[in-house]
Design a protein around this ligand. Structure first.
Ligand code: NAD
Length: 487
C-alpha cells in the first residue's frame, strides 16, 4: 500500500502495533484507493502512551528552554528539508492539491517549531514583584501530560500547532489525529524523535470518537486541546470540566466576510474565493457568508462566476490542480445535502453544485459552488457546511450588516474589504470574532494568536498567547524578615 506506516502508533520513541484494536483503512480521496491499514488504539495502548509521556515529562521540564528550543528548531529544519515528501503524504492523507500542501502544510508546522523553539528562552520567564522588604516571583510551570485531538483538514499543521507550544513549555503530548487522516502526525513524531526529542514526549495514537474519551478521561492527563466541530467540543469540554482539566477548544465557524462598495473588487473576489475554496472549502475560519453591498452585487457576482469556473479541478498530485476532492465520501454527501437544501430554500445557484467532469469516479470531487440571494434564515447561511460552498448575501448599510454578521452562535473569524480606513477599523471592532482580517482573508501566521469566541471555542493557538494555555503560574512569596505573629 502506497503510504503504509511501519505501525499504527508511535509511542515512547518507536512504532507500536496492537492488532487487537479495530482495523480501519486510510483512503486516498482522489481515487478511493486504500493507502494504509491501521488499528485504533486499545485501552492498553492509550495507557501505554500516557505512561510513557508521564515518565518522560519531568526530566524534559527540568531542561533549559534554550535546550528544548534547539530540538524543536532542528525538527523545523528537517521538516523543511523533507517538505516535498511530507506534502505528498499530506495530499495522500487529505486529497488537498500538492500546489497547496507544498506551501501551506508542513511549512506552517515547521513555522510553529521554529517560532516556539526560538522564543522560549525569553517567553517562559516569570515576574519579579517587589513588596517593600519582601518580594515575590512567579514561575511558569508546565501542566504535565497534554492531549491533542485533531481534525482532518490540516493534519500535520494541527499536530505541530499543538505539539510545539506544549513541548517548549516542558509538557509531554499524546496526540490523536482524525481517523480520516491518520498518517501525517506519525511522521511529525518520527521527525521530532530524529531531531533529538527524548522518547515518550510526543506520542501518536490512532482512533476515532470512541478513542477520544479514553484520552480525555484519563486521570494522568492535565490538559486537552481539541480541533474539531462544536458538537465534539461540547462533549470534550464537558468531560474535561467534570475533572477540572485545562482545555483549548478550536471549533467550527460560519464566518462573515463583508465587502463594501468602495472595495478593490478583484481583491475582494480573490479573498472570498480563497476563504471558501482553499482546501476544498474545509477550513474552519472560512468566510462562508459573503455580504455584498448592493451597489456592486451584479459586478461582483459576474466576475466571481467567471473566476470560479476557471478553477482547475483534478488530480491533486499534479502541480496545476487548484481544487482536489473532499476528504471523505461522508463529508461529500453532507455537502451535497446542503446544496439541495440551499436550492429548496430558494437561494440562486450561481455556479457549481455538481460533480466535475474528467475526474476519477471513485474520487470524492465536487464543483466549487456559489449561491447568491441567500438570506439570513436559510440553513446554508446558518450551519457550517465545511465544503466549497460560498453563500452570497446582500446588504445596504454598515449597521445592518454588522448586526446580521454577528447574528450567529459562531465567532471564529471575520473579514472586511473596504478602502475606507476608519470604516475598516470600526467594523473590525464591532464584529464578534477571534480573528479579523482587513482587506485580506484566512492568513494565519504563527506570530498571530488564532482561536475563536462564542461557540467557536476558547484558548488561543500560535503566538506567545499559546504558552499561557500550556503553563500555569506558580507564585513564590519570599519573606526577608522574621514572621510578626500576634499569637
Ligand atoms: P470532529 O469534531 O468530528 O472530530 C474532531 C476530532 O475529535 C477527531 O479526531 C475525532 O475522532 C475526535 N472526537 C470525536 N468525538 C470525540 C469525543 N467524544 N471525545 C474525544 N474526541 C472525539 O471534527 P472533524 O469533522 O474532524 O473536523 C471538522 C471540524 O473541525 C469543523 O467543524 C471545523 O470547523 C473544525 N476545525 C476547527 C479549527 C479551528 O482551529 N478552529 C481548525 C480545523 C477544523
Amino acid at each position: 500500500m502506497k503510504a503504509q506506516p511501519p505501525a499504527s502508533h508511535f509511542i515512547d520513541g518507536e512504532y507500536v502495533e496492537d492488532t487487537a484494536g479495530t482495523a480501519f483503512d486510510s483512503i486516498y480521496p482522489a481515487t478511493g484507493e486504500v493507502i494504509a491499514r491501521l488499528h485504533a488504539a486499545t485501552p492498553a495502548i492509550v495507557d501505554r502512551a500516557i505512561a510513557a509521556a508521564k515518565r518522560a515529562q519531568g526530566e524534559w521540564a527540568a531542561m533549559s528552554p534554550t535546550a528544548r528550543g534547539r530540538i524543536l528548531k532542528r525538527a523545523a529544519d528537517i521538516m523543511r528539508t523533507r517538505n516535498r515528501e511530507l506534502s505528498e503524504l499530506e495530499t495522500l492523507d487529505t486529497g488537498k492539491p500538492i500546489q497547496e500542501t507544498i506551501v501551506a502544510d508542513p511549512t506552517s508546522g515547521a513555522d510553529a517549531f521554529e517560532f516556539f523553539g526560538g522564543v522560549a528562552a525569553a517567553a517562559l520567564n516569570g515576574d519579579y514583584i517587589p513588596l517593600g522588604g519582601d518580594f515575590a516571583f512567579t514561575k511558569r510551570v508546565p501542566l504535565g501530560v497534554c492531549v491533542g485531538i485533531g481534525a482532518w483538514n490540516y493534519p500535520q499543521q494541527i499536530a505541530c500547532w499543538k505539539g510545539a507550544p506544549a513541548l517548549i513549555a516542558g509538557n509531554a503530548m499524546v496526540f490523536k489525529p482524525s481517523e480520516n487522516t491518520p498518517l501525517g502526525a506519525l511522521k511529525i513524531a518520527e521527525i521530532l524523535f530524529e531531531a533529538g526529542l527524548p522518547k515518550g514526549l510526543y506520542n501518536v495514537i490512532q482512533g476515532d470518537r470512541s478513542t477520544g474519551p479514553l484520552l480525555v478521561n484519563h486521570k494522568d492527563v492535565a490538559k486537552v486541546s481539541l480541533t474539531g466541530s462544536v458538537e465534539t467540543g461540547r462533549k470534550v469540554a464537558g468531560a474535561a470540566a467534570s475533572q477540572l482539566k485545562h482545555v483549548t477548544m478550536e471549533l467550527g465557524g460560519k464566518s462573515p466576510l463583508i465587502v463594501f462598495d468602495d472595495a478593490d473588487l478583484e481583491s475582494a473576489i480573490g479573498g472570498a474565493m480563497l476563504g471558501n475554496f482553499y482546501s476544498t472549502g474545509q477550513v474552519c475560519s472560512n468566510g462562508t457568508r459573503v455580504f455584498i453591498q448592493k451597489g456592486i452585487k451584479e459586478r461582483f457576482l459576474s466576475r466571481l462566476k467567471e473566476r470560479t469556473e476557471k478553477i482547475i479541478i483534478g488530480d491533486p498530485m499534479i502541480e496545476e490542480t487548484q481544487l482536489g476532492p473532499m476528504v471523505s465520501r461522508a463529508q461529500l454527501d453532507k455537502v451535497f445535502a446542503y446544496i439541495e437544501k440551499g436550492k429548496a430554500e430558494g437561494a440562486t445557484l450561481l455556479t457549481g453544485g455538481g460533480i466535475p467532469n474528467d475526474v476519477s469516479a471513485e474520487g470524492t470531487y465536487i464543483q466549487p459552488t456559489v449561491f447568491a440571494d441567500v438570506t439570513d434564515e436559510m440553513t446554508i447561511a446558518r450551519e457550517e457546511i465545511f465544503g466549497p460552498v460560498m453563500c452570497v448575501l446582500d446588504f445596504d448599510h454598515e449597521d445592518e450588516v454588522i448586526e446580521r454578521a454577528n447574528g450567529t452562535e459562531f465567532g471564529l473569524s471575520a473579514g472586511v474589504f473596504t478602502s475606507d480606513l476608519t470604516r475598516a477599523h470600526r467594523v473590525a471592532d464591532r464584529l464578534e470574532a477571534g480573528t479579523l482580517w482587513i482587506n485580506t482573508y484566512n492568513l494565519a501566521p504563527v506570530e498571530v494568536p488564532f482561536g475563536g469566541s462564542k461557540q467557536s471555542g476558547f484558548g488561543r493557538e500560535n503566538s506567545l498567547a499559546a504558552l499561557n494555555h500550556y503553563t500555569e503560574l506558580k507564585s513564590v512569596y519570599v519573606a526577608m524578615s522574621p514572621v510578626q505573629s500576634p499569637y
